[in-house]
Ligand binder design. Structure first.
Ligand SMILES: [Zn+2]
Length: 432
């Protein structure tokens, strides 16, 4: 009672904070709207005015455009499209990703937040049956739209790309299309946040998990060459690839913001034996993670809507938890805000100090860095435990008394307002 009575006062005291808070009711309205298109199957009729993936994409693009208008044109809405053909699209299909691009002061450096707009039922080729896809993945698309609404009120260094992808269920086509678009356009990708199934708290066994979100990340990079793999093997760094550094940063954001959500930092690119739209980004060497709920309910994924021996199947809105989705959205927003405000991560970080009692550290200058933070930790630990700050004019330092054999080292770049990049792991100079 008392807390409730105090709440409006707290909001009055800080109206900016209130408008920056994801709204469970608005997230629910978005999910319900997406469900109302009947099916959003990738092979459904793209031209039908009210049913199918085309209608859903046009609606999403229209919502992004409204947000763009409300911020004086700060978000440009566009589409990228290409024909794909494969076992789950044997006759070929035009894959369309809908993008909202909020240009930063470093327009070519991007952070991407995305979900997939397509849905499916039991038979992955069934493009006509109702496939609500409320949690998989209207939840992710609603999160993207809510992030755009909130972050469009602010200005950033990096460009933010808000994306609704198609063709995930047919073969991760939309992820591939956007990853290849990033490469073609020469974007420097600072982070990719893929949100897929982020809105339920009741698991298959009835257990409720509302205080945890899983963040999946690769340690060793999918894109490593054999020479890079060999040098990583020699230097360590299995737990410090760029995607793992992103996952650790998200874990840190969650811990600092204390929004009632802990990160289970899964040391795998995705769930066991399964993949997602961040996978094509990893293949091209971009730092990317997948967010997913703390506990899954398989009766509510990829299922025909039905009841069998009293058991209800289907991915419907009533099985979701919107205050939980709002928490996952807040964590995404806090992460985007930090990484879009920060300079790029300094890379490569080169260390030395074999047969010496100090460790030397060098890195390239990063535009917009007010200072650099040089971290180290004992070589048996998971998280950075010590750091020293170095002025932005300097791009090397020596860590006195830090023995390189027993320590791991990394460097981040920090903006004047304190926003910090990902930490780049230190190793030997790349072989020429
Ligand atoms: Zn999905």
């Amino acid at each position: 009672m008392r807390i409730l009575a105090l709440l409006p006062l707290a909001l009055l005291a800080n109206p900016a904070a209130a408008q920056d808070r994801p709204d469970p009711a608005r997230l629910k309205a978005t999910v319900e709207k997406l469900v109302s298109f009947g099916t959003r199957h990738t092979l459904s009729d793209p031209d039908h005015p009210t049913r199918g993936i085309g209608a859903a994409r046009r609606w999403f693009g229209g919502e992004l455009a409204k947000i763009g208008t409300a911020c004086g044109g700060c978000i440009e809405t566009s589409e990228v499209a290409r024909a794909f053909k494969g076992p789950r699209a044997p006759n070929g299909v035009r894959i369309v990703d809908v993008l909202g691009i909020q240009r930063g002061s470093e327009p070519n450096r991007v952070v991407i937040v995305m979900g997939h707009i397509d849905s499916r039922v039991t038979d992955v080729m069934n493009a006509t049956a109702d496939a609500p896809g409320a949690n998989d993945d209207a939840s992710g698309v609603a999160l993207v739209l809510e992030a755009a609404r909130i972050l469009s009120k602010h200005k950033f260094k990096a460009t933010i790309v808000y994306a609704a992808l198609s063709g995930e269920e047919q073969g991760l086509y939309g992820g591939q299309l956007l990853a290849e678009t990033a490469k073609e356009r020469g974007w420097t990708v600072s982070a990719v946040l893929n949100n897929d199934i982020v809105g339920n708290t009741i698991g298959q066994d009835g257990r409720r998990v509302a205080d945890r979100v899983r963040v999946f990340s690769e340690g060793a990079r999918d894109s490593e060459t054999l020479a890079e793999a060999k040098s990583r093997r020699a230097d360590g760094g299995e737990d410090d690839g760029p995607s793992r550094a992103l996952a650790k940063a998200i874990r840190g954001v969650a811990a600092a913001d204390a929004k009632g959500l802990k990160v289970l930092m899964v040391r795998r690119p995705d769930r066991f034996g399964r993949g997602g739209d961040h996978s094509p980004f990893l293949a091209l060497g971009y730092p990317a993670v997948r967010f997913s709920v703390g506990v899954e309910n398989y009766d509510a994924q990829h299922q025909d809507l039905r009841t069998e021996s009293g058991k209800v199947y289907g991915d419907t809105v009533d099985r979701m938890d919107f205050p939980y989705l709002a928490k996952v959205t807040a964590l995404n927003i806090a992460t985007l805000r930090r990484l879009a405000s920060a300079p790029a991560a300094p890379t490569p970080v080169v260390i030395g100090g074999a047969l010496a009692t100090d460790t030397s550290v060098k890195w390239p200058a990063v535009p917009g860095a007010a200072k650099y933070r040089v971290y180290w930790r004992a070589a048996d630990a998971d998280a950075w435990s010590r750091h020293v700050d170095v002025p932005g004019s300097q791009t090397e330092t020596a860590l006195k008394g830090v023995i390189v054999d027993d320590s791991f080292v990394g460097v981040s770049a920090i903006a004047a307002d304190g926003a910090e990049s990902l930490v780049s792991f230190g190793g030997r100079a790349a072989p020429r």
